[in-house]
Design a protein around this ligand. Structure first.
Ligand code: 13P
Ligand code: SF4
Length: 312
């Protein structure tokens, strides 16, 4: 069946049922096109909390994002098209490891990037996303009256947040990273900048420091999108240092502008495990429990606090 036909079928099924489809910017473009809302982690969490009032949410993103939506909507059914879509960065931390860090640094607040499991969030004081990490660290350090925080699991986001806020972000663990963003090297940037000398370079904070320092702008996926939107009358070319899904979205929304990837194959294979066939199947089988994301109630209760503290 063609992509167009699948999209038509999905939209018809969605209209016949009480369903909202949320999609991250890193989803294949044909999924972004049928979503009710496309956003970054922060935008999707906010939408899940404040705007969704349907009985079912289909979440096209990695499973920590769907878990967050489920924790925020315990009276709704959150369904993930491919339950194997997970973020490898989340595996860098277990609840046991967080408890060990807390014992080693008593009195320091635990700031947890949302790219973590619900059980790890349950051991944390506040969550953050790449869009609000600086603000969250500044605020929690004031609340606890400290100049250091424990920060996990992304060491590059910790480094970026520390650089901007001036507050020490102790990494939990030292080497947590995203395989998509951290593969971009300084050498890659030199090559791509030489090829497109007039392009603005915009990158995600999960990139390494040397790459961030060569860029014109650092921000979450929505902020990168907004940077292009707000500068598109002056700038024509942009080098994108994040997952290819954002480049596809930008290419569609800003025809006439040129977008180049910072290097080939910036693909999050985990995000790409969803497809239109799976979404159609779920819409035809909304009560198939195999796709439902459920967090054990006690973990959901404890993980809700740091998530809500972030959103507040
Ligand atoms: P955003 O916070 O920009 O949505 O990033 C999420 C993510 O997984 C980045 O790799
Ligand atoms: Fe995880 Fe990186 Fe994929 Fe984001 S891009 S979901 S951090 S592996």
């Amino acid at each position: 069946m063609s992509v167009k036909q699948l999209q038509v079928d999905i939209l018809n099924l969605k209209n016949q049922n009480d369903v909202t489809i949320l999609a991250h910017y890193y989803q294949p473009i044909e999924i972004q096109e049928i979503a009710d809302y496309v956003g970054d982690s922060l935008g999707l969490s906010r939408t899940a909390k404040e705007e969704v009032n349907t009985e079912y949410i289909i979440f096209a993103g990695v499973n920590f994002m769907a878990e967050t939506a489920s924790i925020l909507n315990q009276d709704k059914h959150v369904l993930i098209p491919n339950p194997e879509s997970c973020c490898p960065m989340a595996a860098y931390l277990t609840p046991e490891k967080v408890i060990k860090f807390k014992k080693e640094y008593p009195g320091l607040p635990v700031v947890m990037y949302v790219n973590s499991t619900a059980a790890v969030k349950a051991e944390s004081d506040i969550c953050c996303t790449s869009a609000n990490a600086v603000k969250i660290v500044e605020r929690i350090s004031r609340e606890y009256n400290v100049d250091s925080v424990l920060f996990g699991p992304d060491a590059n986001l910790a480094d970026y947040t520390e650089q901007i806020s001036g507050i020490k972000c102790l990494k939990m663990p030292e080497n947590g990273h995203c395989y998509v963003h951290s593969q971009i090297t300084i050498e890659d940037i030199k090559i791509v900048k030489k090829k497109y000398p007039n392009a603005k370079l915009i990158v995600h904070p999960e990139c390494i420091r040397g790459v961030r320092e060569l860029s014109d702008y650092v921000g979450s996926t929505t902020r990168m999108y907004n940077y292009v939107r707000d500068n598109s009358s002056t700038d024509n070319e942009f080098i994108i240092g994040t997952e290819v899904g954002l480049l596809e979205r930008l290419t569609q929304d800003f025809p006439g502008k040129n977008f180049y990837l910072a290097k080939d194959k910036l693909i999050c294979y985990n995000m790409k495990k969803h497809n239109l066939e799976l979404i159609k199947y779920i819409l035809e089988n909304l009560d198939d429990k195999a796709f439902e994301v459920k967090v054990p109630p006690e973990i959901a209760r404890r993980a809700l606090k740091p998530i809500e503290k972030m959103l507040d």
